[in-house]
Design a protein around this ligand. Structure first.
Ligand code: PLP
Length: 510
């Protein structure tokens, strides 16, 4: 893959960089700040060769000295490195421990607030701003805290059981039979009749998506996605050299809640003939939407008519907070109809660090996916699978405990935002981990950058869309403790004020 980013492409990503620096900021500081925020929310990948100073200056219409000074600032911060003979590359600054023994132990199992310059959940060590005297609050990742006792206990039991597996090779591309049985039993209980030989265990749900893409998608193929969607889906399209076909989520006229436009989905399937359609039908990331049963049936029928294989990402389905969700979309797929692949995992219900996911697919398709996997990681680590068996079996109990805490935090964040930032339109999702907030004005990237200066790490709306859309939206997770959420909202209000676009009611840090 070519990791060189053209000057025109970077200039497009930098749109609005001058204003985003805030009043009085020098051009070099505004440019460096904007590049830092692109790195922080992942739109500019680590390990990318950036354009030369002259090329970028030309594309931005500024003097070369401005770009040179911004690049120098970024080099000093460790966000850029110069490699002899091959230009300048984006990089991860080296971590600085917060003191003897490193970062403080997390409170209540929450791993989202870190005292280092790195968000603990940041993929590939995505950098966050260093803010002297303040802990960095990570609102860029919507992930749960781990139920410590349950995971520790499952780990101890797995370790004790490991010797009984050591006589085998440990290579099983489909996964441990006991875990496949447990996943099949869970899917069946949810309303999707499944036998263990339709299940493959993977290293997380995203790994499952990647295996599906590798098996079914060829360069130039089209992949239907929701707009906005989980950024990992957009990344997958890019890596597969596929063309994303985004279909906009719409607000339901009756409920005011976001949902799917069935006509638009069917029209996109007809017009673009996508190879795959990737959908998150329960607590869609980032809108929180839940697809009604009749729409599920109609989507499966449309996919069947147009020969589209559906990948239904059910990672978030267990995280309902108010009312249980309908059966999995795959339950509407009849034998011999359009293939529906269902993916899931433990990252959103237990802990992302386990890296346990799965996919359910018709047997013939599963065999093709297994064949494609054999050149990759071969199989999922046995110890992690043993840990997962015990956790999948008691998932309802574990999720039930987090549900009550999460519902409280959701309500807490909504109330805090209503008070501090009344001009924002804050939805009330029935599940998932985050609020998809309408800022009222297209300043999401600017806000994310400003928030970085106040020590809050966020993902801007365009991160969840193709083509830079959703500049008016911000995803705000409510997974932190109420105290941390209050702190985050106070800082957000300060950051919002610094943009001069609205009047928040809070101007000081509390
Ligand atoms: C909708 C969705 N699917 C998949 C994933 C990735 O899951 P995993 O950690 O199991 O790879 C995420 C993570 O944020 C997600 O939000």
């Amino acid at each position: 893959m070519d990791d060189h980013l053209g000057a025109g492409s970077l200039a497009r990503l930098l749109a609005g960089w001058r204003e985003s620096g805030g009043p009085g900021a020098s051009a070099q500081a505004a440019l460096a700040g904007r590049i830092t925020s692109l790195l922080a929310d992942g739109r500019l990948a680590v390990g990318t060769r950036v354009p030369s100073e002259r090329e970028l200056a030309g594309a931005l219409g500024v003097g070369r000295g401005t770009v040179a000074a911004a690049y120098e600032e970024l080099r000093e911060a460790g966000h850029l490195v110069r490699r002899r003979g091959s230009g300048t590359w984006t990089a991860v600054p080296s971590a600085r421990p917060s003191g003897p023994g490193g970062p403080p132990a997390p409170l209540d199992g929450t791993l989202h607030v870190g005292a280092t310059g790195f968000a603990p959940f940041a993929p590939m060590g995505t950098p966050t701003a260093q803010v002297p005297g303040r802990e960095v609050i990570d609102l860029a990742h919507a992930a749960p805290w781990a139920p410590m006792e349950a995971v520790t206990e499952a780990g101890a039991r797995a370790l004790a059981e490991l010797p009984t597996h050591l006589a085998s090779t440990g290579y099983d591309v489909l996964g441990l039979p006991a875990l496949r049985e447990a996943v099949a039993a869970r899917l069946t209980a949810q309303g999707l009749r499944t036998s263990a030989d339709e299940v493959m265990i993977t290293a997380g749900a995203q790994h499952a998506h990647s295996l599906v893409a590798r098996t079914l998608v060829r360069p130039g193929d089209r992949v239907l996605i929701e707009q906005p969607t989980y950024p990992g889906a957009i990344e997958l399209c890019r890596h597969a050299s596929a063309r994303a076909v985004p279909v906009a989520m719409v607000d339901d006229a009756a409920t005011g809640r976001p949902g799917w436009d069935l006509d638009a989905l069917a029209a996109a399937m007809r017009a673009s003939s996508p190879t795959l359609g990737y959908l998150v039908v329960d607590h869609q990331n980032p809108t929180g939407a839940v697809m009604p049963p009749e729409t599920r049936a109609a989507v499966v029928a449309a996919a069947g008519r147009h020969g589209v294989t559906l990948v239904v990402d059910d990672c978030l389905r267990d995280m309902w907070l108010d009312t249980p969700v309908p059966p999995p979309l795959g339950a509407w797929a009849g034998a011999g109809g359009t293939p529906v692949i269902t993916t899931g995992g433990l990252s959103k219900t237990v802990w992302g660090g386990l890296r346990i996911g799965w996919l359910r697919a018709p047997r013939t398709l599963l065999r093709r996916i297994a064949a494609a996997r054999s050149s990759d990681d071969i199989s999922t680590p046995v110890l992690e699978q043993l840990v997962a068996v015990g956790l999948v079996e008691r998932l309802d109990e574990l999720v039930d405990q987090s549900r009550r805490v999460l519902a409280h935090r959701r309500d807490h964040l909504r109330a805090a935002l209503a008070e501090a930032l009344p001009e924002w339109r804050v939805p009330n999702p029935s599940g998932g981990f985050s609020l998809w907030v309408d800022l009222g004005v297209p300043r999401s990237s600017a806000l994310v950058e400003a928030a970085g200066r106040f020590g809050v790490h966020l993902a801007a709306g365009p991160r969840f869309a193709t083509g830079g859309a959703f500049e008016q939206y911000l995803r705000l997770p409510y997974t932190l403790t109420p105290d941390a959420l209050d702190d985050a909202v106070a800082r957000l209000a300060e950051a919002w004020d610094s943009l001069g676009v609205g009047t928040s009611t809070l101007t000081t840090v509390v």
